[in-house]
Write a protein that binds this ligand. Structure first.
Ligand SMILES: *Cc1c(COP(=O)(O)O)cnc(C)c1O
Length: 252
């Protein structure tokens, strides 16, 4: 674990505030280059591996939505941050690959899941959200994005559906009681040209939105490629390293 905040909480808070502002500056500049409104692109700080104290520091710097990718770390942290800040307007996004057996806990804390990539996962989430609503553990529906795999081989490792599977999954989600389809998510493959992958994602999204005009979100772009993602229509960039610093190296 990095030890941000442990030894020098004030220094860490200052560092996070300035890194957050710098990345927001990058997003705004990319919007200007692309002729887009800065308010059309959400900057979602990704806080996986970093302690709740860092998330609280980001809240103090004006952030109110966060991306997490690992259970049970994510659920515990969301609870701690909500309790520490006393804020009920903070929103937490599950952005990482999600196993069906985690649907139950994710349904309690997540406002949006970016990584839905199968009918089975959609069904598990729908059921879990239904149970959580009935039990008073959550109020609203769960916003979901469908993760598309841009590279057929890589999709197997990093998740995501291929374009041919998209219509059936989207139609299915729209029939569920507790899921609200908001759009698509992509992770740019590591090999090849990021620009070419994003152009491909933008094409898939255009065809998708024609069928699902209410689902306009495109979650795309990370620390290294957010400018390209904004150029190609991203509405949410998920930024970890550029704000938080390096994550500890982990084995899968
Ligand atoms: C960790 C993570 C990110 C953030 O990546 P950085 O390169 O650190 O900005 C974005 N998206 C997903 C799905 C992630 O798991």
């Amino acid at each position: 674990m990095p030890d941000p905040g442990g030894s020098d909480p004030v220094g860490r808070r200052t560092e996070l505030a300035s890194r957050l502002a710098a990345v927001r500056g990058r997003v705004d500049a990319a919007c200007a280059d692309a002729g887009r409104e800065p308010s059309d692109v959400q900057l979602l700080p990704v806080t996986k591996f970093f302690p709740a104290s860092d998330v609280v520091a980001l809240v103090e710097s004006g952030a109110s939505e966060f991306g997490e990718s690992r259970e049970p770390e994510a659920g515990r942290k969301a609870e701690e941050v909500r309790a520490t800040t006393g804020r009920d307007d903070l929103r937490f996004h599950m952005i990482g690959q999600l196993q069906r057996n985690k649907a139950k806990t994710v349904a309690r804390w997540a406002d949006r899941v970016h990584s839905v990539d199968s009918l089975k996962l959609a069904n598990a989430l729908d059921r879990a959200v239904g149970v959580a609503r009935e039990g008073g553990d959550r109020e609203g529906a769960l916003e979901v994005l469908i993760q598309i795999g841009l590279d057929d081989d890589e999709a197997k490792g990093r998740g995501g559906v291929v374009e041919e599977e998209l219509p059936a999954l989207a139609d299915h989600i729209e029939q569920t009681a507790h899921l609200q389809l908001c759009g698509l998510m992509v992770i740019t493959p590591l090999h090849g040209s990021a620009e070419a992958w994003m152009a491909r994602a933008a094409g898939i999204q255009q065809r998708f939105v024609a069928e699902h005009p209410g689902a306009v979100e495109l979650s795309a772009g990370m620390s290294g490629d957010l400018e390209i993602a904004v150029e190609y229509g991203s509405t949410c960039v998920r930024v970890g390293t550029a704000i938080m610093g390096d994550r500890p190296v982990i084995s899968p």
